[in-house]
Design a protein around this ligand. Structure first.
Ligand code: SAH
Length: 360
């Protein structure tokens, strides 16, 4: 008996091809394949048994040949500001976080691309738990799918790869997940509403730039000099600012700089001017992020007044800037915080210079 094929791990075109073959082999009409395809992502079915538009016997044979796995909802927390945080269990017992952030008529889903992370940025909770493994394509895309399946579903309009992990160190899975997120016959989220956030993994940026869709790119800068950035982000040794900015310049769409405001560390007027100069060099938009404290104990947030002052200095230098609203602080909604609370810390691992991972 053939091993069951996970339909959620395939792009819609590949899933349709597999289903078409399956129905043709059984002498069934071709439209059946499209019926099943619709129930993968568009109006997802919790299981084959629930695809009520198919005869019962057909649902059973589908289930013998194919798999339609779920993420296991381990925890769901709601913030007073409407932000919701989900902890999902994976088949091997790992857990990942997903955060839904409503804002006016939009709901942005912040999704994870890895369990843990190898990068060890000093202020980030995920970095402290260490790298566990890459997520499979379906595990990335299913975070959006589950929003349609859960009680009191969440209507996702935007997706950001700003949960756990470094998406461009898991490009193969992220590449296919982007197709599923965007394809009209799958999740149907517009490419301009999907943002990949990276510390600056150069081959990944090149690969993302090659895609014809207008996916957005956000770069985690966090410091305007290599000396300071190296302290905050060990990856800077491999991907220094000049390389990241050159990659941003070669990207054919406008990029966003993300800049976490760390009190007394990267928030002086001189830092603002230096950051503005870098942003000008690649026509980037600057997004200032208030620190969610608790990622790395030693950091404190810059005060709202000082963030506003920093933003004015950047704007004064002729660069567009926004201050990100801090959301879900009462439910520890920053990168990795819920998982660390629930599961405790793991032995940290580090990325080596080739971006692979080994135990320290
Ligand atoms: N690895 C990718 C994407 C995941 S992190 C990246 O680094 O871009 C998404 C964003 O959240 C990054 O800009 C990251 O620096 C930021 N972040 C991590 N911990 C944070 C915290 N405690 N408070 C505020 N932002 C944080």
């Amino acid at each position: 008996m053939p091993q069951s094929l996970n339909l959620l791990d395939l792009t819609p075109a590949d899933a349709l091809a597999a289903l078409t073959r399956f129905f043709a082999e059984r002498g069934e009409p071709a439209y059946r394949a499209r019926q099943v395809l619709r129930r993968l992502w568009q109006t997802p079915a919790a299981s084959f048994a629930e695809i009520s538009e198919l005869p019962a016997a057909m649902r059973t044979t589908l289930g013998e040949r194919f798999a339609l796995p779920r993420l296991e909802l381990l925890a769901r927390q709601r913030s007073t500001d409407g932000t919701q945080k989900f902890l999902f269990g994976l088949p091997d017992g790992q857990a990942i976080e997903t955060v839904a952030i409503p804002d006016d008529d939009r709901v942005t889903l912040c999704i994870s691309s890895q369990a843990g992370c190898a990068l060890q940025c000093a202020f980030c909770a995920t970095g402290r738990m260490g790298f566990v493994r890459n997520l499979a394509t379906w595990e990335i895309a299913a975070q959006v799918r589950e929003m349609r399946l859960i009680d009191d579903p969440v209507r996702v309009t935007n997706v950001v790869f700003m949960g756990m992990g470094e998406p461009l160190m898991n490009w193969k899975a992220v590449d296919a997940a982007l197709t599923i997120l965007n394809a009209p016959e799958a999740l149907g989220i517009g490419a301009r509403h999907i943002t990949v956030s990276t510390v600056g993994v150069l081959p990944g940026i090149v690969a993302l730039a090659k895609r014809p869709e207008q996916f957005r790119l956000a770069l985690s800068i966090h410091a305007p000099s290599d000396a300071l950035r190296r302290e905050l982000m060990p990856i800077n040794t491999k991907s220094p600012l000049a390389d990241v900015i050159a990659a941003a310049r070669s990207f054919d769409r406008r990029v966003t700089f993300e800049y976490v405001m760390l009190g007394g560390v990267n928030d002086t007027g001189a830092h603002a001017l230096e950051l503005a100069r870098l942003a000008k060099g690649c026509r980037a938009f600057v997004n200032l992020i208030p620190l969610h404290e608790g990622g790395g104990a030693e950091f404190r947030a810059t005060s709202p007044r000082d963030i506003a002052r920093f933003a004015r200095a950047i704007r004064g230098a002729g660069v567009e800037v926004a201050i990100r609203k801090s959301r879900g602080t009462d439910i520890a909604a920053a990168c990795g915080q819920l998982r660390v609370e629930r599961l405790g810390r793991r032995t940290p691992r580090r990325a080596d210079e080739h971006g692979h991972v080994h135990v320290v």
